[in-house]
Unconditional design. Structure first.
Length: 532
């Protein structure tokens, strides 16, 4: 029976994907897996690779306890191993003794058992976990631990997954992308329904794949004539699709989260409108016609209840960019100039109070538009969006039609004071850093950053941490405040997340300032002056 050893096949797939950075090799590994796996396991594969992970039903502290019980390791040694590896599931897989049995279950059976743990007692959970560990090899255990802990992630982009499924199924990539979006559940849809797109719009909530832009990488004169382009401000909010179908309203984030209940004023405004439509736009906190800092919008997110005070103090609006569907007709193949005209007519006729069309910037030439861009931060904008007026609404990114032309990032100089090892292939090196700035005679944390250094620089920083660690708190090391870095970021606002009282938006390391010392880093009071 070909599905008999499928957990092994799934483990082989994960190992193959983790062992290469080449996209074509990843695609080949996925196709090889799809050709061997039973259909219900293929559905779970797609679910896991598109973020539909089951919730954690077993406390990770119990996993530690049970692993210590089996191995007899002292707690301090387990913690040292965990600090070195940087990942709990991988640490447990490494310290456990070899399996004494071989458990043969399909991926679907494993997922059903893991999900079923929710209703089990702690003793039943323990028996299941210990029995499973004793029947799986190292890689299979690692996957099992990740699935059990709700932390399964794999280094395969959405585009790579879609390309593999497209090659395997011979379907259009845009159709497949649309099919995989939305609220489908692995136990409610077949593999054939997913890849043949038979599940598109099984209910009123189904969103479309978002059309995305590339950073502008051309000279402006290479884009052609200015009149061929639509220019809008690029806002730092939540990109969302607002769907009204058959009297129901759904709001989806770009991350495929259903966020309708987080924005009741938008939901209610759309409910008062008539007809059926899908609008693409930016959800923003706006007060007195001024877009507020993203940190203000963030206060509204992921709350179970929204108080009247919060609804009043942080009012929400949608700046609408595009119209994707009208009266059940897909408009995405029409040029954006036509879609925008239809959007203007829709909003003019309905006049929803919380939804307005994104401003189209009037300009005669590229230097004039550049002057507008350079002043965009004054209105809390990140820069501009450029859209070819005859462009359709693509699924994902396509170079040439849409560009994001952002203003140069803000920067500060800060010193590294904490470091933590990464995970996976980077688990041997310190890759996650916390930075501080001056506040009088002391240092206060202001940001964490995980990207921006070369592999060579990461190795050099890791050697510094190993030699200059002062304290350790689990996997975190306190280090001498000596290494100075220039940190780039898109925005800044007041926040209680850091001791500094401010938070940086999208911080990343711009460069290692070997020419500077801790005496040269920025002062907190000066940094606060950047807040609009």
């Amino acid at each position: 029976m070909r599905s008999r050893y499928f957990m092994k096949h799934f483990a082989e797939l994960i190992n193959a994907l983790e062992s290469t950075n080449k996209t074509n090799a990843k695609i080949d590994a996925i196709i090889d897996y799809l050709e061997r796996a039973p259909d219900d396991d293929k559905v779970w594969f797609i679910a896991l690779f598109t973020g539909k992970r089951p919730k954690r039903n077993v406390n990770t502290n119990y996993l530690k306890e049970w692993a210590l019980e089996i191995t007899g390791l002292p707690f301090w040694l387990f913690q040292e191993s965990y600090s070195s590896v940087g990942d709990l599931g991988e640490t447990i897989s490494l310290v456990l003794p070899p399996p004494e049995e071989k458990i043969e279950r399909t991926l679907t059976q494993w997922m059903e058992d893991i999900i079923g743990m929710k209703s089990k007692t702690d003793q039943e959970k323990k028996e299941f976990v210990l029995q499973s560990w004793n029947g799986l090899d190292y890689t299979e255990r690692l996957i099992f631990n990740k699935l059990l802990g709700g932390s399964f992630r794999i280094g395969v982009s959405d585009k790579t997954l879609i390309n593999a499924l497209t090659k395997f199924s011979e379907q259009e990539s845009s159709t497949l992308t649309h099919s995989l979006m939305g609220k489908w559940m692995p136990d409610e849809v077949s593999f054939n329904e997913l890849i043949s797109a038979e599940n598109i719009n099984p209910d009123n909530s189904k969103p479309y794949p978002f059309c995305l832009a590339y950073p502008l990488e051309k000279e402006l004169h290479d884009l052609g004539e200015p009149e061929e382009w639509l220019a809008e401000y690029k806002w730092d909010g939540i990109r969302g699709q607002i769907i009204r179908r058959n009297g129901e309203v759904f709001i989806w984030s770009r991350g495929e989260e259903l966020i309708t209940e987080q924005f009741p004023e938008i939901r209610d405004a759309v409910l008062e409108m008539s007809g059926n439509f899908v609008i693409d736009g930016e959800i923003l906190a706006v007060r007195d016609d001024r877009v507020l800092n993203f940190n203000e919008l963030q206060k509204r997110l992921n709350r179970k209840t929204l108080t009247k005070k919060m609804l009043t103090e942080i009012p929400i609006e949608v700046f609408a960019y595009d119209l994707l569907e009208l009266e059940n007709t897909d408009l995405r193949d029409k040029p954006i100039a036509s879609r925008r005209a239809m959007l203007e007519e829709l909003l003019l006729n309905e006049r929803p109070g919380n939804i307005k069309i994104s401003e189209a910037i009037d300009f005669k030439n590229w230097p004039e538009l550049n002057q507008v861009r350079e002043k965009s931060r004054e209105i809390n904008s990140e820069g501009l969006m450029l859209k070819q007026k005859n462009s359709p609404y693509h699924a994902g990114r396509k170079k040439g039609d849409w560009w994001k032309w952002k203003i140069n990032p803000l920067t500060i100089d800060a010193v590294m004071i904490y470091a933590q090892k990464g995970s996976g292939r980077r688990s041997a090196y310190y890759t996650d850093y916390t930075f501080a700035v001056k506040n009088g005679d002391s240092l206060v944390t202001i940001a964490k950053a995980y990207s921006g250094l070369t592999d060579k620089e990461i190795m050099e920083v890791s050697r510094f941490v190993n030699k200059n660690a002062i304290e350790k708190f689990g996997p975190v090391r306190t280090v001498k405040a000596e290494l100075v870095f220039e940190i780039a970021f898109e925005g800044i606002g007041f926040s209680s997340r850091h001791k500094s009282g401010v938070a940086l938006r999208f911080p990343r390391i711009l460069r290692w300032r070997r020419d500077k010392t801790v005496n040269d880093i920025d002062d907190l009071e000066e940094i606060k002056k950047l807040i609009q």
